[in-house]
Design a protein around this ligand. Sequence first.
Ligand SMILES: Nc1ncnc2c1ncn2[C@@H]1O[C@H](COP(=O)(O)OP(=O)(O)OP(=O)(O)O)[C@@H](O)[C@H]1O
Length: 257
Amino acid sequence: MTADLLPPHPTTGIAAATTDLTKVYGSGDTRVVALDRVDIAFREGEFTAIMGPSGCGKSTLMHCAAGLDSATSGSVRVGTTELAGLGDRELTRLRRDRIGFVFQAFNLLPTLTALENITLPMDIAGRRPDPAWLDRVVSTVGLSDRLGHRPAQLSGGQQQRVAVARALASRPAIVFGDEPTGNLDSRAGAEVLGFLRHSVRELGQTVVMVTHDPVAAGYADRVVFLSDGRLVEELARPTPDRVLDLMKSLGSLSHGG
Ligand SMILES: Nc1ncnc2c1ncn2[C@@H]1O[C@H](COP(=O)(O)OP(=O)(O)OP(=O)(O)O)[C@@H](O)[C@H]1O
């Protein structure tokens, strides 16, 4: 790693963490405890998959950890920054500078080339991408010969790889993916998951992905399982078969998750 590629922020080895994180929606009859005192740490350079039945709190956990939603109580830290104390503008800046997002929908602008899409968030923020880092991201993502193409000229898997490269371009502390392969066929999904894993192995990125798919979870370094807003299991070095077995034993499959 060359000097210009060193992490831009002081690091603790933990990219993001929650302590006693509780999220309650509504009140009275409509009160829902979406997260119930969740403690979790996402280590730097690790790829975590979050699984569990529908409604167990996966998206809520991701949204709270990414500063898209606020905690009812408990703590969320990104690096050394405690989110609870931040105002709206500081939160917006933290999300922009330290967090990358990949969603099910690719959300690319059709009139821009792949490269323009990748650098758009930084252009809007008035920041110049680190050229050495951008080169590495683009070559790791395997898009070097597609940078001048517009989204319509790319396959679904390639479009999602552009979206992943866009999430990585600012060298975020952590990248969150919400079912990033949910709209892709299995071959294109494998392409994107392989790249996400590559970005963890080769670029030292930290990735957290919500998924229902045991095959997708098999690309992660560990899988955490939520049930009714609580962390109930964790599996290191998952394989699709071991994930499926655990889903069966937790009853996740019968809930449509
Ligand atoms: N904005 C909201 N207002 C009220 N309740 C909410 C809100 N968002 C989520 N919930 C509730 O919180 C619980 C957790 O929802 P969440 O979306 O985090 O689950 P999930 O595991 O991501 O589900 P899925 O796999 O179906 O996407 C659910 O009971 C849901 O109905």
